[in-house]
Ligand binder design. Structure first.
Ligand code: ADP
Length: 408
């Protein structure tokens, strides 16, 4: 998984701002530290100084303190209590705000005894209420901001953990694929050896037979040609197996050029036609005459249709009909390889393109044909679909991107 730097959200920008830095400066967990916190004593000292200033004007201290009361404008000496209250709210939250407001109330109450006015309590009490409200509000706000910050940090940690898990999962998956490849290689070695050994043994038998007949001068032309045809068929079977294997192992990139699909299929049918005839399979060609050419690798397309048609022929051991249909659908070229063979069961449908999946008897199939077909189509950025009904037949549909300006 790649990490992309995400643009800073408003929240993040605010978080980095001076306001947030100030909040962060406040020591954490003050609430639980109480009197052991230096902030408690700073607030207490501030309260004491302000109380002194407050009473300087009304008590017998007035003679020393008239300087303060004269120096402060109306009510400012009381309003200054807001500083320790907000301070308490910031460090000790709601508890601190309420506690400091209570101290403030205790400070202003005795003043009534010395007041020369008739409404001595109304204004100071209103101020106490106001500062308490402001303190509690600040405390709640800070609480909220801190909670959000905490949630944000937790979310980041969770995200990092998740990324690590995803990475680990990917690594395990890679190891699993590697292990599966090794298992596949084992299976492959066994089946390939078997698969290639049979035709080679056949070729050996015919070669010996032919050489014996030639030595004894008893070889008839027709018989010899038949032996040679059989040898050719066996050798081309070996060649096909090796070619599939090489393609599966190498996963070569296609050499692209404009290809006429109808021509590819014609060449394939020329190669497999003999086998179709042997198995009593009728070949029906339904080619669209105005098929766009496709950008593809000619040899690899040949391999696709050789594998598909041979599979179709092998699915009809008692004869049947093989229909090859080409058509243009939207901007794509569609080629159907349809047979009237045994069909594919539902449980096997999902495994068809898995390397080394085969239902054929030993020596008849390696299980690489469709895996190779799938790989080639993928490299050509095309698609393949299968429709099948057991006992009725199967249709493989290949879709490749067409070039409209190049009609075949
Ligand atoms: P192989 O032909 O060596 O078995 P493939 O990958 O070409 O390997 O095919 C895998 C399996 O898919 C076959 O063993 C067969 O069961 C099934 N299959 C493929 N094509 C057809 C088809 N036209 N009709 C029925 N089954 C098919």
């Amino acid at each position: 998984m790649t990490d992309h730097p995400t643009p800073k959200s408003t929240w993040q920008r605010w978080k980095d701002s001076i306001a947030m830095k100030t909040i962060k400066w406040l020591p954490e967990n003050q609430v639980s530290r109480g009197v052991r916190s230096p902030h408690f004593w700073i607030i207490a000292a501030l309260m004491a100084v302000l109380t002194l200033v407050y009473y300087a004007g009304y008590t017998p201290l007035a003679q020393f303190g008239s300087f303060f009361t004269d120096a402060f404008p109306h009510d400012l000496h009381r309003t200054l209590f807001l500083i320790p209250i907000i301070y308490a709210a910031l460090t000790f939250r709601v508890r601190g705000a309420l506690g400091a407001s209570f101290v403030f109330l205790c400070v202003v109450l005795p003043r009534t005894f010395y007041s020369p006015y008739t409404d001595p309590l109304v204004r100071p009490l209103l101020l106490v209420l106001f500062t308490a409200f402001l303190g509690v509000l600040t405390a709640m706000l800070i609480d909220r901001v801190e909670k959000e910050e905490k949630a944000h940090v937790e979310l980041n940690i969770a995200h990092q953990k998740l990324s690590t898990y995803v990475q680990q999962l990917k690594e395990s998956q890679d190891q699993l694929i590697q292990a599966e490849k090794l298992t596949s290689l084992g299976q492959m070695a066994a089946s390939i050896a078997h698969e290639i050994n049979n035709p080679l043994a056949g070729v050996l038998v015919y070669t010996r037979l032919l050489s014996k007949k030639l030595t004894e001068d008893t070889a008839r032309k027709e018989e010899s040609l038949d032996y040679l045809a059989k040898m050719e068929s066996e050798v081309s079977r070996c060649s096909r197996i090796i070619r599939n294997l090489l393609d599966f192992a190498r996963q070569t990139q296609p050499t692209l050029r404009l290809v006429d699909i109808n021509q590819v299929i014609e060449q394939v049918l020329a190669m497999v036609g003999h086998q179709a005839q042997l198995q009593n399979v009728e070949v029906v060609k339904e080619f669209s005459p105005s098929l766009p050419k496709v950008m593809a690798d000619f040899d690899q397309l040949q391999q696709i249709f050789t594998n598909l048609t041979l599979n179709a022929i092998q699915a009809m051991p008692d004869g049947g009909r093989l229909t090859i249909r080409s058509s243009a659908v939207d901007s794509e070229v569609r080629i159907d390889v349809q047979d009237t063979g045994c069909g594919i069961s539902k449980e096997n449908m999902g495994k068809l393109f898995t390397p080394f999946f085969t239902t054929k008897a030993k020596g008849k199939g390696v299980g690489l044909g469709l895996a190779v077909v799938h790989g080639i189509i993928e490299r050509h950025k095309g698609r393949i679909k299968v429709q099948s009904e057991v006992g009725k037949g199967t249709t493989f549909s290949v879709y490749l991107g067409g070039h409209d300006d190049e009609k075949g």
